[in-house]
Design a protein around this ligand. Structure first.
Ligand SMILES: Nc1ncnc2c1ncn2[C@@H]1O[C@H](COP(=O)(O)OP(=O)(O)O)[C@@H](O)[C@H]1O
Ligand SMILES: [Mg+2]
Length: 393
């Protein structure tokens, strides 16, 4: 699916982005694959000003190709002394040199670039978008939730038609901005979905955890929120606010404690920034009953993430068992799905790791993951969760 049938527009200059064959692409994270060239679209005026507004052309297609290649390498046997090959992928061999303007610019609080591709990661308020690591095909959801995600994503995919050709820009209160709220219990795939949507859109993702912002940078939260929006506006990254519960709730009217006040300030800052932003924002929260109506009005859609039913649990077990993991013959996914009632995808992910660790402690023919390992691991995780929720611990 190409997102770029019509060239995207530079958010600063309003001019169509120009196709360049000099783009660079960071790879999927596989140490075995090195990616050299990937065509990008960029704004020459921004480039001259040292600003990076480039987007990768056909990112979803090249990402999908790289993932396939990675799976192929991983699932192939290399005999004897031979090692897995290091594969160099050049998406546009004749025109890949020299490297283009795409690259990691880091933005500090206030939106000023502080460094180009340096390791400033931990400095207060520096926000660097990253490439998505997941794709929609890794997300197992019920038909209803998946349908809602697809509908919301289509607004993004069809933006040029909707806003420019059909001129909905004239009536859309929120401009081109699309804000979504994903809510549901922990471990049900909200973070994974945000990542996969960025991947589908060929954008980077910038994740901000409100909980972290509030605890780590006391008094600095509004500045950091502004920096995050500035970085996303410039890089075109999808902005993902994780653990956004406190921010989405109703504003507190009686301010008795300064901590409450700081939540209100963060909330107003987010609303103001949201109104000036025309990119993609996703909020993730647990079920919030008391949404602030100011946020409600600004969201295009609320998507509920539920605990997976047996059918989805089976698929989630399946996709968390890599082909290299030695499994005993008795591992039966239907049985596991039945046994793991009440488990979220995140619990299944943890159970596989735990079960594999049980198996790793054995030797010889016993060193395989058996059904009882997986059942024991998921029981252990679910029992722990139940005890905490019951308050018995
Ligand atoms: N619906 C799902 N489909 C596939 N995997 C899932 C799903 N939900 C959770 N997982 C697994 O659990 C991990 C953690 O889920 P995450 O997206 O962080 O949940 P949340 O953000 O809702 O707390 C994922 O990376 C994935 O491995
Ligand atoms: Mg999450």
């Amino acid at each position: 699916m190409s997102l770029l049938k019509r060239p995207p527009i530079c958010p600063y200059h309003g001019t169509p982005l120009v196709l360049s064959h000099h783009g660079t692409k960071s790879n999927t994270g596989s140490p075995l694959i090195e990616v050299r060239g990937a065509p990008i679209r960029y704004c020459p005026a921004c480039l001259a000003q040292g600003r990076d507004t480039s987007v990768e052309a056909e990112a979803a297609a090249s990402n999908a190709f790289l993932r396939k290649l990675e799976r192929l390498i991983e699932s192939s046997d290399f005999p004897g002394e031979l090692q897995r090959p290091l594969v160099q992928v050049d998406f546009n061999p004749r025109r890949a040199e020299p490297p283009g303007p795409a690259g990691g610019v880091i933005y500090s609080a206030g939106g000023q670039p502080v460094a180009e591709s340096s390791e400033a990661g931990e400095s207060i308020g520096s926000f660097r978008p990253r490439k998505p690591r997941h794709s929609l095909d890794q997300l197992v959801l019920d038909v209803d939730t998946l349908g809602r995600i697809r509908e919301a994503v289509n607004v993004l995919l069809a933006q040029d038609l909707l806003f420019d050709v059909w001129n909905l820009a004239a009536v859309a209160r929120t401009g081109r901005r699309v804000a979504l709220n994903f809510y549901g219990p922990p471990g049900t795939g909200k973070t994974l979905a945000a990542d996969a949507i960025a991947d589908l859109l060929g954008r980077e993702i910038l994740t901000i955890s409100y909980a972290e912002l509030e605890s780590k940078y006391v008094g600095e939260t509004p500045k950091n929120i502004k920096a995050a929006f500035a970085s996303a506006a410039t890089s075109g990254a999808l902005l993902f606010f994780d653990e956004a519960d406190s921010i989405l709730g109703k504003r507190l009217t009686s301010i008795s404690q300064s901590a409450d006040n700081s939540i209100n300030v963060a909330r107003s800052t987010t609303l103001i920034e949201l109104d000036n932003f025309d990119g993609v924002v996703i909020f993730a929260s647990n079920l919030v009953k008391n949404y602030d109506s100011a946020f409600l009005r600004r969201m295009l859609a609320h998507v509920a993430f539920r605990l997976p039913a047996a059918e989805q649990r089976q698929a989630i077990w399946q996709c968390h068992l890599p082909p290299q993991l030695p499994l005993a013959a008795d591992v039966d996914l239907t049985e596991l799905a039945r046994f793991s009632e009440g488990a979220a995808g995140g619990d299944i992910q943890n159970a596989v790791l735990l079960a594999a660790s049980y198996a790793s402690m054995r030797s010889g023919a016993e060193r395989v993951v058996a059904l009882h390992d997986l059942e024991r691991a998921i029981s252990f995780i679910l029992d722990g969760k139940r005890r905490i929720l019951d308050g018995s611990e």
